[in-house]
Design a protein around this ligand. Sequence first.
Ligand code: ADP
Ligand code: ZN
Length: 750
Amino acid sequence: MQELFADFPEFPPAARVLVDGFNDMVLDYAIPDGMEGVGRGSRVEVPLRARGTTGTVLALVQPDSEWASRLRPLKRLVSDEPVVSPALMDLAEWAARYYAVPVEQMIRCIVPEPVRQERHEEKTRKVVVLQNWPDDETLNKINRRAPRQASILRYLHASENKREPLSDLGGTASLNPCRALEKAGYVRIEEEQVHRDPAGSEDFAPTQPLSLNEEQAAALEKINEAFDAGETRPLLLQGVTGSGKTEVYLQAAQRVMAQGKGVLILVPEISLTPQTMARFKGRFAETPGSVAILHSAMSDGERFDEWHAIHRGKARIAIGPRSAVFAPVQNLGLIIVDEEHDSSYKQENSPRYHGRDLAVLRAKLEGATIVLGSATPSLESLHNVQQGKYSMLRMDKRADGQRLPLTRVLDMRTEAKDKRNLGILSERLRMAIDDRLNKGEQVILLLNRRGFARALQCPECGYTANCEHCALPMTYHATENRLVCHICGFRQMVPPRCPDCHTPSIALEGYGTQKVEAVLRRCFPQARLQRVDADVTTRKNALRDILADFRAHRTDILLGTQMISKGLDFPGVTLVGVLNADLGLNVPDPRAAERTFQLLTQVAGRAGRGDLDGEVIIQTYNPQAAAIQFARRHDTDGFSENELELRQQMNFPPFCHMAVITARSEQEEVAALAMDTLHKRLLAALPPQVQISDPLPAPLAKAYGQFRYQCTLKAPTSRIIADICSREITGMNCGEGVVISLDIDAYSFM
Ligand code: ADP
Ligand code: ZN
C-alpha cells in the first residue's frame, strides 16, 4: 500500500525513533519545519509522556494517513549530521538480529553513554591574547597604577604566540586585571576547548618506519593490494611472536592514512598497554591528535572527547578493545584486529557480541580492508581460511633474526622439589632462575591465579570455605587477611577453627601470586622482584610504572598472571617459567586446549627477544597433553591440524555454532523450573539439525546470589538458534524473579 501512494505523499515523512532506555520501543514523530536535517542515524529529543527523552532515528517513513496529523513533533535535533552513520546503523541492526538482542542495546554500544547524555560539555579554558602593545610611556603609567596589569602585558609580549592560558597568568586572581586590560583594548579573553587526552601530557618520541624484511614486505604488499582493490575479504596474518606484525600494521595504516582514509585497530583489553599506545602515537607523532585511544579505564570526559575527535574526523586512527569496533571512524579504509584469537574480544554480558566477528562484518559494510593478526590464530579463523572465506598471510621468522626459545617441559609428578617451596618451584626451575640472575639477565614467571592461596581447606575433614553466594572456593588474600570470592567479590574473615570439625589448624591449599612471591623472595633474596596481577594494577598507571621499571632493568623478576603473557616486548628477558601449565586444561569447555596452547605459545614468545637466546620452562602435572607438547615445539600448524580434527569428530566449533541459555534466580526451584519449561518448548520448536542438551545446573551453579541453570545448543548456523530461542523466550513469559539469557557463539560454558 505504501508504495502505491509513494508518488504523491499526502503528508511529509515522519521520523521513526528508537527511544532510549527501553528495549526497542519504536515511535513515530512528525518532523517540524526547520528540522530538515533529520535522517537515519540522527539523534533527537522527543516528547514522551509528560517529560521528554532522547532517541535514534531508525528511518524516515510515510506516516499512516490516519495518524499523520496526530503525531507529536520532534523536540530537537541533537546535531545536524547523523550521529550514527548508515554503515553503523546496518551493523547495529545486523548484530541485534544475530545475537538476538534489541537494536537499542547495539545502538547503546555505538553511541556511548557520555555522548548520548551530552552531559559532558567539552571542557574549555580561558586564554588571554595580546591585541595591542603599548608604548613605553603608557606601559610605565599602567605599571604605576596597576602593576599586575603591566606584568601580564609584559608576560604576553614575551610569549611566543602572544597568547597564554589564564592559568599561566596567575589563574582566577588575574581575571579582573585581564578584564580591565580587555576593556582598554590591550588584550582579548577567549574560551578555548581543551581536549582531554587519556594519554595525558606524555610525549611520544616520533619513530620512523623500519625497513621491512622479506616476509614483512610480502605481507604488507598483499595488504596494500587488497586495499587498492577495495577487497573486503579478511586477511589472516599468521606471524610467530616477534615476527614484526606491529611494524606491518603501522606501515599499512600510514599508507591508508596518506590516502585520506581512516583506520581502526582493535587490541585485546589487556594489551592496551602504554607500550602499544606509544608505538602508534610515536609513529604518527607528526600529526598530533591523529590517534585516538579508547579504553575501559577512561573517564566519561575523556570518552566524550575521544569519541567526538573520531566522529569529527580529527582523529583518523582509533585504537581500542572490542568496544572500539563501534568507533565512528570516518571514511574507514582499514581494520586491524591484533591477537584475533584473544578471548577478550567476546563480551560476556549482554549484548554478547564478538568484536572480531563484528569487525569482519563492518569491513564488508564499509568496503574496508581487514587484517586479523595472531601468532596462534583461532580455529574459527583457520577454518575460514580452509573454506576459502579468508586469505592467509604468513610470517614464520622473527624480525630480529632470533631463534624461537628452547622449551622444556618438566613433569611435576617426578621432578625433585624442595619441601620448603611447597611444590611451587621444581629444583630445576629454581636453578635455571638462579643461573639467569647470576648472569644479570631477566626472568618472567607466569601463574594464572590471583590471591595468596586458592582455598582454605581443613586437613582433617576436607571442609573448604566456599562463597555463600557463589558456591565456589574463596581465595585468601594476605594483605587484608580475608577470604575473597573472585566471582562476586564477597569477603569474609578467616575462621579460627574448622566450622565443621572444629580442628583449630585449617590449612591453605593451592597457591596464588602472593604465595609464590613469598617463596621467590626467600629463594632469591638478592633479586628485585615485582608481582603483577589485578590486585597490584588497580592503581592508575601502576602497570605502566611496573613495566617501565622492568624494561629499564630496575627489576629482575616479573611474576604475574596472564596479564604479562602477551604483546610485551622485553629484550632483557631470557627465561620464561610457567609455574602451572595445567590450569585451564581440565575445565568443561571445548576451547580449553586451544586456550592453553595459545597462552603457552604467547608467553614463550616473551623469551629471547633481544640479542640473548631465550629459554622456556613449563611445569606441569600433565606433560602428555597435546596443547603442551605442540606449544613446546612452537608447532602452531601441528596443533591446529590436530585440534581441528578433534573438533570435527566431536562436532564442536568451528564445525557448528554453540549457544548457551542460562536461567538465573535467587530461588533455585524457580531457575530450574524456568529452564525446564523453556527446554520443553525448545524441544518442540527446534528443527532436528539443532541439538539441545538437557537442562542442568551450570558448572558455576551459583553466582551473585543467584542460582544458575543452563542448557547448551549446537546448530549449523546461529540464526536458527537466535530466531527460535528468542521467540520462545519472549513467548514463555517466564515471570518475576527469573532472568533468561541467550549467549550466541558462546565462549564461556560456566
Ligand atoms: P609481533 O607483534 O609479531 O610479536 P613485534 O611487532 O613486537 O612482533 O616485533 C618484534 C620486534 O622486532 C620489535 O622489537 C620490533 O621493533 C622489531 N622489528 C620489527 N620489524 C623489524 C624490522 N623490519 N627490522 C628490525 N626490527 C624489526
Ligand atoms: Zn561469590
